[in-house]
Design a protein. Structure first.
Length: 115
């Protein structure tokens, strides 16, 4: 599975961004699609996840502001980020889990929120 993430950038606090991550390769085996982020000096953390059945989960820090979705026809997962805060600044990574239990990571995309 290959992943191509896009959509990061610089935005003012209160603004919005939408991240996209397109999957290719053995896409028939994808079980879950996830977004992680890693801020400077901090550990990578799970931001949002969506299963093949559409169940969603979010980190407490983004609930009510971020929405994860997927388009199975395009094999793409999205992360709509609203009401962005400076503490959302991080490199965002998409990750997919396949049925066999392996994880695949995309390249990161930088999100910077200015105050």
């Amino acid at each position: 599975v290959q992943l191509q993430a896009s959509g990061g950038g610089l935005v003012q606090a209160g603004g919005s961004l939408r991240l996209s991550c397109a999957a290719s390769g053995s896409i028939f085996s994808i079980k879950a699609m996830n977004w992680y982020r890693q801020a400077p000096g901090k550990q990578r953390e799970l931001v949002a996840a969506i299963t093949s059945s559409g169940s969603r989960d979010y980190a407490d820090s983004v609930k009510g502001r971020f929405t994860i979705s997927r388009d199975n026809t395009k094999n793409t997962v999205y992360l709509q980020m609203n009401s962005l805060k400076p503490e959302d600044t991080a490199v965002y990574y998409c990750m997919v889990t396949v049925v066999a239990g392996y994880d695949y990571w995309g390249q990161g995309t930088q999100v910077t929120v200015s105050s």
